[in-house]
Design a protein around this ligand. Structure first.
Ligand SMILES: Cc1cc2nc3c(=O)[nH]c(=O)nc-3n(C[C@H](O)[C@H](O)[C@H](O)COP(=O)(O)OP(=O)(O)OC[C@H]3O[C@@H](n4cnc5c(N)ncnc54)[C@H](O)[C@@H]3O)c2cc1C
Length: 536
């Protein structure tokens, strides 16, 4: 079972490799010696207050269920869970099995004056499923886990309809017997849901080839306090504004997405993930830009900064093959400034070969050296396990979080640099150092996402750890906004990015979003405080 206060499985206890520990000790110092033990689940459950919601057949006021649905996966969520200082916990959790159940629950919540939070996999890293601290209403969390599975497949068109609570592996298992795939693999794939992907506009790791969720989401149903809206299936349409765009990124503010139809494609015949090393960051960025603008049929390109290249090798632990590779690259003239570039192609064998060959010739022109497929194979085998590092880092005394954005190629070099600086120096006035590294992960013809990971020392006092995170989040967000980036390329807005959203959408844009929310949800019961603040 998934652990209640982190990411990995309950009882799993990996430890940081000696290299990773050494790297963190050199970069940011030894961990604090007086760290508090994690709160115990039973103690946290015992402290849950009585529900304030009147009984209804579908409602569970079981305190354990309520704790398990109280938070997502943002660092503030983690700090709350690990310290046991949970604050607000939903008054009840419901696990509806039909669209009618969802309608009944919304009506019940309205009658009780309650707020409602739709809960998919609970993998939000922006506070999207966290009850609002400043809202006195009782909270009902609607968990979508029973509204799951394949309900219809139009095999000729590749249109597959699933319950919104379907998690990634279940969705792919539904398509596999038909030789189909969605190709949507966010790093949270094993735990996040189709409804959550749509609601938070997620991007899978191979989105260059398969598309982001907004390309894959063909239609579906949203059950809202004001009624139900069906989004019909058309390959394309000029019938006015596309209402799917209201639902995509709605983050639970409009209603509950109960089902979604997605565009599945034939499972690729072949896939390849060769790796390259380039001599330095300026060459690497330029090569990445050229690859992105060449229009090659690639499925992914992941471009690590030199700092990330070194960090990934250390975090993976020392190995003989790693040592040999480093020696080989040094002999070929690539030193500490080298960058790792992973290229992915999926599809018919001959297209895969052609795409990889063309990308390779661009990378070679920028001094790239091909190192074969073993790094890519390892990436593929461990790509969903990588976030377990957050648990092991935490247990070793370090907090790890990520920020992400996207920006055009012209402004990318400056933003990548200023974001790194903002994170590395974000705790200078606290006398704390921060280890930060980044990669470009989703490349577009006009720009790229930038995904930064940062690690800092946990403090003995959880409030101080939270304060360190707040400072770093603010510093990173301000650098993003100043550098022309979007406040989120893939994680959504939630609570944590809300203060920066108006800078991107403008006053009229924010007012329009609030108006739409009011139309679907006149009493402002849906996920208050997320995406558009308290506006009703
Ligand atoms: C380790 C890790 C790795 C991640 N990697 C990626 C990544 O590679 N790419 C990426 O895009 N994101 C990533 N994320 C972020 C997160 O997984 C995505 O935002 C995902 O789409 C959330 O899906 P979920 O089912 O967990 O939704 P939840 O976290 O449950 O909810 C997210 C938001 O959507 C709303 N919501 C959920 N379901 C519904 C529904 N049925 N109807 C209406 N509203 C709903 C919630 O109220 C909330 O506001 C990662 C997160 C973690 C923890």
């Amino acid at each position: 079972m998934r652990r209640w206060n982190g990411w990995g499985e309950e009882g799993s206890s990996a430890t940081l490799s000696a290299e990773a520990r050494r790297l963190l000790e050199i970069e940011i110092g030894r961990p604090e010696v007086t760290l508090p033990a994690d709160a115990r689940f039973d103690d946290v459950v015992a402290a849950v207050p009585a529900t304030r919601l009147p009984a209804q057949l579908l409602l569970s006021d079981d305190p354990a269920d309520r704790v398990r649905h109280a938070r997502g996966q943002s660092l503030p969520d983690w700090i709350a869970l690990r310290s046991g200082r949970l604050g607000r916990v939903p008054d009840a959790v419901a696990h509806p099995a039909t669209d009618e159940d969802v309608g009944d629950l919304l009506a019940h919540a309205a009658g009780a004056g309650a707020a409602v939070i739709p809960f998919g996999g609970g993998t939000s890293v922006v506070g999207g499923v966290t009850p609002a601290e400043d809202d006195d209403r009782p909270t009902l969390t609607i968990a979508l886990d029973r509204l799951a599975g394949l309900t219809n497949l139009d095999e000729r068109s590749g249109l597959a309809t699933f319950g919104a609570g379907t998690v990634g592996p279940e969705l792919e298992a539904g398509l596999a017997p038909h030789g189909l795939t969605l190709g949507h693999f966010p790093q949270s794939f094993e735990r996040s849901t189709l409804g959550g992907w749509v609601a938070a506009r997620s991007a899978g790791q191979q989105s260059i080839g398969f598309g982001r969720i907004e390309d894959l989401f063909a239609g579906g149903r949203i059950v809202a306090p004001a009624g139900t809206m069906d989004l019909p299936l058309h390959p394309a349409s000029a019938a006015g504004p596309d209402l799917r765009q209201l639902v995509l990124g709605s983050e639970g503010r409009l209603g509950v997405i109960t089902r979604a139809t997605v565009r599945a494609v034939p499972k690729p015949q072949g896939e390849a993930f060769p790796a390259w090393f380039l001599p330095d960051w300026p060459h690497t960025m330029e090569a990445a830009r050229e690859v992105a603008r060449a229009g090659l049929p690639l499925s992914m390109v992941r471009v690590s900064t030199p700092h990330e290249t070194i960090s990934l090798l250390a975090l993976a632990g020392r190995s003989r093959s790693g040592d040999l590779l480093a020696r080989y690259l040094r002999l070929r003239g690539l030193g500490a400034e080298r960058s790792l570039v992973l290229v992915g192609a999926s599809g018919m064998e001959r297209f895969v070969e052609g795409a990889v060959r063309e990308a390779g010739s661009i990378l070679r022109r920028h001094g790239g050296i091909a190192v074969g497929g073993s790094i890519g194979r390892r990436w593929l085998a461990t790509r969903f396990a990588a976030p377990d590092l957050r648990d092991t880092a935490w247990d070793a005394g370090y907090a790890l979080d990520t920020v992400e954005t996207a920006v055009d190629w012209t402004r990318l070099p400056d933003l990548a640099a200023s974001l790194g600086r903002a994170l590395r120096h974000g705790l200078d006035d606290r006398g704390e150092r921060v280890h930060a590294f980044s990669h470009l992960s989703h490349l577009y013809p006009d720009g790229s996402s930038i995904y930064a990971t940062y690690v800092f020392r946990r403090a003995a006092d959880p409030d101080e750890t939270l304060d360190r995170w707040r400072r770093l989040k603010a510093a990173a967000s301000e650098a993003i906004v100043a550098g022309g980036g979007t406040i989120s390329h893939q994680h959504g807005v939630g609570r944590d990015h809300l203060p920066y959203l108006a800078l991107e959408k403008g006053e009229l844009g924010m007012a329009a979003l609030a108006d739409v929310a009011r139309r679907f949800d006149p009493d402002g019961t849906m996920n208050p405080g997320v995406l558009i603040g308290r506006a009703t």
